[in-house]
Ligand binder design. Structure first.
Ligand code: AMP
Length: 139
């Protein structure tokens, strides 16, 4: 495992211990602050529901995150409830459109969920990665 992979896993383990108690009333994540304009992002796409911006630590030539603008309990995919299916579908659609536009030769979507999934930010996000040949299986 590369040291950068190890760093990501360590960050995920730290974040998971915080997220174990994270409810939607808890303090804003870094992504809430991006949505609120309190910290800058390199925006790729925005509509009423979704925001897409470039990952600050890209793992591929193209690495974009798609998030719901309202966290609304969606700290992670596994916390989604039935009434959020439209939002989830919208995020996936946006990821497909942005992926097609940014990576015409193909791309990969990833959702990290929880500690074993190496999730480090507990505000749902879809990673779009492309601009190079992806390998399988991922680490
Ligand atoms: P995950 O490990 O799936 O929770 O992914 C979180 C991602 O958020 C990582 O790829 C980070 O590089 C990225 N990230 C964290 N802070 C920022 C930020 N301020 N702007 C853009 N991307 C960020």
């Amino acid at each position: 495992m590369s040291s950068s992979s190890n760093d990501e896993v360590a960050k995920a383990i730290d974040a998971a211990s915080i997220a174990a108690t994270l409810e939607d009333t808890d303090p804003a994540t870094i992504f809430d602050k991006i949505v609120a304009g309190e910290i800058p992002c390199n925006k790729v796409y925005e509509d009423d529901i979704a925001l897409a911006f470039r990952d600050v630590n890209p793992q591929a030539p193209v690495h974009i995150l798609v998030i719901p603008k309202k966290r609304d309990g969606l700290t992670m995919l596994s916390k989604a409830v039935g009434s959020q299916k439209d939002v989830l579908g919208h995020l996936l659609f946006v990821a497909g459109q942005v992926g097609k536009s940014e990576c015409p030769k193909g791309f990969r979507l990833t959702v990290n969920d929880g500690p074993d999934g190496a999730q480090s930010v507990y505000h749902l996000h879809i990673h779009i990665m492309g601009g190079r040949q992806m390998r399988w299986p991922p680490g």
